[in-house]
Write a protein that binds this ligand. Structure first.
Ligand code: CTP
Length: 138
């Protein structure tokens, strides 16, 4: 019997929005099991010098509640992607196409697929929109 494919993907998923939902559905459609690495608060702080709006515990709880997600874990280091792929026996790594080409080194471990992002929405844009509103109302 052939084992169905395990798909793995990573992200912050702060202020969960339709772009996040779309990519999770598309990733899930590539295999039989979807594992999601949610980046830790500390990892986000080290990348962006700011913490996400929602805590890692809340972001993980939201992703865990998505029907197509089978397992959620905390991504604590960008350097450990290969270890996470191996530990979760992933057959496919999915990343948004804003990362196109950047994860090709993992092709020795698994299939690497870059999916098109949903246009016109991002956590950064939502935050900027809220900030503009706050300034206008002040
Ligand atoms: N994603 C997507 N379409 C969007 C936004 C995000 O497909 N419009 C995907 C990303 O490619 C990634 C996952 O959702 O695979 C998590 O992305 P994340 O960086 O957490 O979300 P963004 O909304 O892009 O956040 P930011 O603006 O802070 O980068």
């Amino acid at each position: 019997m052939t084992r169905s494919k395990t798909v793995i993907t990573f992200g912050t998923y702060d202020l969960f929005h339709i772009g996040h939902l779309n990519v999770l559905h598309r990733a899930a459609a590539l295999g039989g099991r979807l594992v999601v690495g949610v980046s830790s608060d500390a990892l986000n702080f080290s990348k962006k010098a700011a913490f996400p709006v929602f805590s890692q515990a809340d972001r993980m709880a939201i992703i865990r509640a998505i029907r197509v997600v089978d397992e959620v874990f905390l991504e604590e280091s960008l350097e450990q992607k290969g270890d996470y792929i191996r530990a979760h026996h992933a057959d496919v790594l999915v990343m948004g196409d804003d990362w196109a080409g950047k994860f090709d080194m993992f092709r020795s471990l698994c299939e690497v697929v870059y999916l098109p992002r949903t246009e016109g929405i991002s956590t950064t844009a939502i935050k900027q929109g809220l900030e503009r509103e706050r300034i206008v109302q002040a």
